[in-house]
Design a protein around this ligand. Sequence first.
Ligand SMILES: [Zn+2]
Length: 491
Amino acid sequence: MLSYILRGGLSLLVCLWALLLPQVSLHRLSHHGRSDHSVRDRPKLLLVSFDGFRWDYIDRVPMPNFRTIMDEGVKVEYVENAYITKTFPNHYSLVTGLYAETHGIVANEMYDPVLNQSFSMETDSIYDSQWWEEAVPLWVTVQKSGGRSGAAMWPGSDVKIHGMFPNQYLQYNASVSFESRVGRIIEWLSAPKEEAVDFGVLYWEEPDESGHNLGPQSSLMDVVIAGIDEKLGFLLNELKKAGLYEKVNLIVTSDHGMAQLSTDKIIELDEYVSRDLYTWVDKSPVVGILPKEGKLDEVYSLLADANPNMVAYKKEDIPEHLHYQHNVRIMPILLESKEGWTIMQNRTGPFMLGNHGYDNTLRSMQPVFVARGPAFRQNYVKTSMRSVDLYPLMCHILSIRPLPNNGSLLNVQDLLILEPTTPAPITPHPPITPKANGYSYAPVVGSFLGVVMVLGFLVVYVILVTLKQRPVLKHRSWEMSQPLLQEDLHL
Ligand SMILES: [Zn+2]
């Protein structure tokens, strides 16, 4: 009799496994990201950075295209970016959700004492993967999750990182026009379904370049800023022409703002410390100082109170809120000048009228942030966010699992139409296939049937065992029956 029960039980367990299989498969696939979206249904996201676009530029001259995005989408007033407020660190923070000390691109110019190598925007060192691999940029994660990405000159996007380039990318070349970059992005986003890019990044060098040359307070900047709005208008129009305008989630932001400098506000290091005692690694307004061997305390004491418009930190004393300490690429001494001040060795070097890099809590250092698209609320203004919060937001929009990061989706979920905690609506008709919609009745029905069958199996099993044991149980306690059952099982 027991052998029949066992055979029946085994059959039931096989049935149970078969019923649960769809749920197990879906669970596994969703861990890998987005295989539960059909290719056609995958959300699309385009992240655009206009380098050095300060948050308040949009109120300076008429900006009809920025205004359109704000009316149709969202705007964030106060975006705290990552320290130091330079181009490479912040562009990598935007696509990793990490502060610079964690993603490893701590400055535009770096020295790594472990690698004994230097990184500079002026050399091919930027194409060396090892500088970038302390983090994983979003385009790599998208691709590892089964999606596709395309990059038009975003810093780091033409570097092989963790064995991958974006599926589509452009080798950096400053002479390629904005319109050409947009043309390629549109081409990638609207490619045939298997080749279409889900996540795109687009970078443009202005208004940073003009901001440095003219200074943000120059009236000539008005024309430059209006020109950025025209470029944005071109992008919006191209999205419309390609039928992508209502499908693509578009985020327009920047890496940092810009502060006005003055030749009256120059700090000359040669007045305080001999060049023989140190190497300066990153430049104004936040300077990484690498003292010569054994000279740390001497150099620090010479710089500590040298100038009231400059703070000198030993690495271990850099304020915690800056998240800028725990990386070998951060130098033993950090000099930070006050807003508007420039640190030079002497006055013979080139001088800029605008610069950035200062404390990320300064208003002048903060970037613009606007977004529109099917995922975003309309005509909504949010007070503040951190730029590291953008990464989990983008992962959510793209339906991929974020890697560990310094951001928080909770901080920015109000920008979205559907809050992440809200379950997707289930429409009972017509029948839904698991792959096309990302959710299904199969897990619920499967689990329910599984539970019913297991319970049924247990009830049948207990009844049959009870019947078999009835004469014995007259003389045995329940506990004593256990060994007998096991003996029977061995027969
Ligand atoms: Zn710049």
